[in-house]
Write a protein that binds this ligand. Sequence first.
Ligand code: SF4
Length: 410
Amino acid sequence: MARSNTFIQPRRMARQIHVGKVAVGGGAPVTVQSMTTTKTANVDATLAQIYALAGAGCDIVRCTCNEIEAAEGLAQMVPRSPLPIIADIHFHVEMALAALEAGVAGLRLNPGNLRKPEEIKLVAREAKDRSVPIRIGVNAGSLHPDLYKKYGGATPEALVESALNELAYFREVDFEDVKISVKASNVPLMVEAYRMLAETVDFPLHLGVTEAGPPPAGLIKATAGIATLLAEGIGDTIRYSLTADPVEEVKAGRTLLEALGLRERRGLDLIACPSCGRAEIDVIKVAKEVQEALEKLSLPIQVAVMGCVVNGPGEAREADLGIAAGKHKGHLFIKGKIVRVVPEAEMVGELVAEAERLVKEGTEARLAAADPNAAKEAEADRAELFNLRGSDANSSQVRIDAIRHKHSDS
Ligand code: SF4
């Protein structure tokens, strides 16, 4: 039975916009974005990266448009890209106009960089004529100096006011095809700013912790901010800004959304025990082998790798399929039920083959095809290990006896 997701608060209902064919807000699935790191003018390299991002589960891609050659590159890529392309405009209004001319599906404007009201309105008017949405992308690091002075620094209020000021210019030309971000590298600041913004406007919100840095610290910072907001129902599209291959950003974004139950699982979900003194195998090595083999097959399946048979199959009983290590053997289990006991050397191969069969034939059929002797054989193996290693790693009874003994002496 599917478990209801009470951890996530109901989604804030934003108005809906479309970036190309991808809906953002208004109850649409939360989308994953990333940004290419190639020179946009290098069409082949940039398209190759966009295809890699799409393959990893990216929904929307952003490319910088910082020079006229970049805009020309965008014009060539737009019809060939598997993802809608957003052009990131830094300081020059001409680049925004050129990107629109190139046919991009969206623009990102940073109010701290493009500051002249007439230029902002010119871009908004042009975007409106072409039905192209704009992200108002506020960044704590490039906040307008007036706001910085007014608030004495980059505060949540300052970030929100920056977005609202930009929005006011857009509204002057009757343009509201907008999503907004108020990113900061400081997680509490970013979270507060988005909460405030979510209460103030009904536009879709693009979440991100800017300049989060390289993994693992960058991953943790970005997840702390993005997951906190998503759990509160805030956020319609996300980007992990990591100092890493953008494919890693997409994998992180997808993994977070899948872990929170906000997107369907599209590939492997590998769970593995952290290993401990009971482990009969090198769990880290086996988990890596299983991950590499199964990721290649792109099977939408949850697989467990557990270091011992004493606790493994029970602890991972929710997994579609798993393997637990016995004494020189592997216990293959489906939904916690042992279906086969295989030699240790064949463990990974058997697991991968079973994963393929399971996806093709379904759980019921594979449980019906279980080796009738497997459960018995596994129980004997488990009992042997249980006796060998003991069931009580903390020697609890010995400790309890010692406590009682001391207590009765005092
Ligand atoms: S499954 Fe076994 S080896 Fe892995 S952490 Fe649990 S007790 Fe340790």
